[in-house]
Design a protein around this ligand. Structure first.
Ligand code: CUA
Length: 334
């Protein structure tokens, strides 16, 4: 009994020191959203549990190593104990209560992070191998996510191909992005600055590079940026031609799979593509003219280029006008 009391007393300062050490080592990045504050409260409780469990294992272990070590000349066997009902009931009931408490805490925290704000604004997010695109309520799209501070945004997300996952560590919350379904994530940025969306679901070759910039600005700065983007986008649509095509290509992340310098990537290079004879996987060839390129953008699996995989390129949400501009841009890549 004496030993149990001593170990019990030693566990308290060890827990406290471990907890303080963990807290001081700032394991989490900046708290960038209102949701992060909620998640970090739970994380704090988790660290208390971690510190306690660490101590409750390490202190008896260290104590036993010192106090119960074999004395010199002692070759007798150790004491043989045959079970202990009290002990077993205790170490079943206490962890059960703790696990129940933490399960409740997890569910409660998840609920809190999803609290809807009726004034939330909506950004549509499209993920594909291996880029992010953001469609704004003002009608333009961008590969950058700009968010005004202190305003809840509802992200409506979908994938054009495989499962991806939207994750900005500073915002803490994370959500899978699925093909053929829309998933939602609510964020209320509370810190100005630039962050990064990462993909948190292994989604193929360039998964590790599937990032996009996130900029949290003042509402006035956001409005100015959105205005400028919307004006530029509408001007591009009206203008058409190769320059507009180049901009649409950048906005949709086409360069993730198609090079313009002849480098072989996931998809065929665009250099020298226009007007060339393209060998197809079924042995035929096709001339890369307007009709072929338009079809390949609208229905990527209609004709598969020999040596390239099928079912890789997603169908992009582009208007005929945009596709026409993109084709005219490809035409210029000699
Ligand atoms: Cu997309 Cu990993």
């Amino acid at each position: 009994m004496r030993h149990i009391v001593i170990v019990g007393i030693l566990v308290i300062p060890t827990t406290l020191l471990t907890y303080l050490g963990l807290s001081a080592s700032s394991l989490m990045p900046l708290e960038g959203s209102a949701q992060a504050l909620i998640v970090d409260q739970m994380w704090n409780w988790d660290m208390i549990a971690i510190a306690f469990l660490f101590s409750v294992i390490v202190v008896p272990l260290a104590y036993s190593l010192i106090v119960f070590r074999r004395r010199k000349g002692d070759t007798s066997d150790g004491v043989h104990d045959e079970g202990n009902i009290k002990l077993e009931v205790t170490w079943t009931i206490i962890p059960l209560l703790l696990v129940t408490f933490y399960a409740y805490l997890g569910a409660y925290t998840l609920g809190e992070t999803r609290t809807p704000d009726p004034n939330a604004w909506v950004v549509n997010v499209t993920a594909h191998q291996w880029a992010w695109a953001f469609q704004y309520p003002e009608g333009f799209s961008s590969t950058e996510l700009h968010l005004p501070e202190h305003k809840q945004v509802l992200l409506k997300m979908t994938s054009l191909d495989v499962i991806h996952s939207f994750w900005v560590p500073e915002f803490r919350v994370k959500q899978d992005v699925l093909p053929g379904r829309t998933t939602e994530l609510r964020l209320t940025p509370i810190a100005l600055g630039s962050f990064k969306v990462r993909c948190a679901e292994l989604c193929g070759l360039s998964h590790a590079y599937m990032e996009a910039p996130v900029l949290v600005t003042s509402p006035a700065d956001y409005d100015a940026w959105a205005q400028q983007q919307a004006t530029a986008f509408n001007a591009l649509l009206a203008k058409g031609g190769p320059d507009a095509g180049k901009a649409f290509v950048a906005q949709n992340g086409c360069a993730g799979c198609h090079s313009i310098d002849g480098t072989r990537m996931t998809g065929p290079t665009w250099r020298g593509l226009f007007g060339s004879e393209v060998p197809l996987s079924d042995g035929k060839t096709v001339k890369a003219d307007d009709a072929y390129l338009t079809e390949s953008i609208k229905d990527p699996n209609a004709k598969i280029v020999a040596g390239f995989p099928a079912n890789v390129m997603p169908k992009f949400d582009l208007t005929d006008q945009q596709i026409k501009s993109i084709v005219s841009y490809i035409e210029t890549l000699k």
